[in-house]
Design a protein around this ligand. Structure first.
Ligand code: GLN
Length: 317
């Protein structure tokens, strides 16, 4: 418990100690972020004032206390601060979506590196926070990006991120966007992406929905493994965003089976995968007739993305 008469240095040290005792691995850094956020004190200011008596506003005290208490309960730092950086953009996050992971940047960077043309149509299936769809739109400048999720709450987060991060960018709005509102003030960044509430492809029609690229970072953790994860993930991130059923492959089987119906000739798929799922997912794509299937590694050297190309040719014979 923080007491009056403490110096700023003691306030921070006390917070760090509480997080350390709660088993938080990055206790020092996490306490610092909560401190900086609550008191609005930069690193530079801190070095000059750490020995001074702390006399913050009552509301800031409470915010710091509350932040430390929540983090000590192992709530993720990102949920407390409400943000996570991804592809150089600051995404809003809450408990309804998976927190964007650095691993997923490999997927986005692979697509950006392979597809320089702008007039193409992309789909991000299982968009969650929208981190993939929004960063592809922001960095790739693609004209037609769609994003789907089974969770309405997740779609609200993704829409908010599109609005926050794409507004004011010089992009071509997705032409048939279902989300464009008549109010021009509301139709800004959100207009750049067409959001769809859909259980996988259930709200898609193969006669109208044909994409050049389908990307997905679906839930892929085997159900049993979830119990062994850190409490931050196991108890606070949405189970529906993590659980890939018993073998973790459920969504890849579905994607491998269904994507061909929604791809243009020569369209491509890019899926994020768990480090030990590369071969299995590649085989699923091979079995469905995808060509040029490949497993791509992340910066840590782990298998992280599987991609492949679709040719309709085998449907004609
Ligand atoms: N596409 C989102 C992300 O990469 C959500 C993924 C998920 O919920 N499995 O963060």
């Amino acid at each position: 418990m923080m007491e009056s008469g403490m110096t700023w240095g003691q306030v921070l040290a006390e917070g760090q100690e509480r997080l350390k005792n709660a088993g938080v691995a990055e206790y020092s850094l996490d306490a610092w972020y909560l401190f900086e956020h609550a008191f609005g004190i930069s690193r530079m200011q801190y070095f000059m004032c750490s020995a001074q008596k702390a006399e913050p506003e009552e509301a800031s005290w409470r915010e710091f206390e509350d932040g430390i208490a929540r983090r000590a309960q192992r709530e993720p730092l990102q949920h407390i601060l409400g943000t996570q950086e991804f592809m150089g953009l600051e995404f809003y996050v809450n408990r309804h979506t998976l927190i964007p992971r650095q691993d997923t940047e490999t997927l986005v960077e692979t697509v950006l590196g392979n597809h320089k043309e702008k007039e193409i149509k992309l789909l991000d299936m299982c968009t969650g926070s929208g981190c993939i769809a929004v960063s592809l739109t922001a960095h790739g400048g693609y004209a037609h990006v769609e994003a789907a999720d089974i969770s309405k709450e997740a779609l609200r987060v993704a829409e908010k991120n599109a609005e926050k991060l794409l507004s004011g960018r010089q992009l071509i709005p997705a032409s048939e966007s279902a989300n464009v509102e008549k109010d021009p003030a509301a139709a800004t960044g959100r207009e750049m992406i067409r959001f769809r509430h859909s259980d996988m492809f259930s709200a898609f029609y193969e006669t109208e929905d044909r994409f050049d690229i389908i990307v997905s970072n679906p839930p892929y953790i085997p159900s049993d493994v979830i119990e062994e994860l850190e409490p931050e993930v196991r108890d606070f991130e949405p189970r529906s965003a993590l659980d890939g059923t018993a073998d973790g492959l459920f969504f890849y089987e579905l994607l491998a089976r269904e994507c061909g119906r929604f791809l243009k000739e020569n369209g491509a798929v890019y899926f994020e995968i768990g480090h030990d799922q590369g071969e299995a997912v590649k085989q699923l794509l091979d079995a469905q007739g995808f060509i040029d299937t490949r497993v791509i590694k992340d910066l840590a050297g782990n298998d992280r993305v599987v991609c492949g190309r679709w040719q309709n040719i085998h449907c004609l014979v």
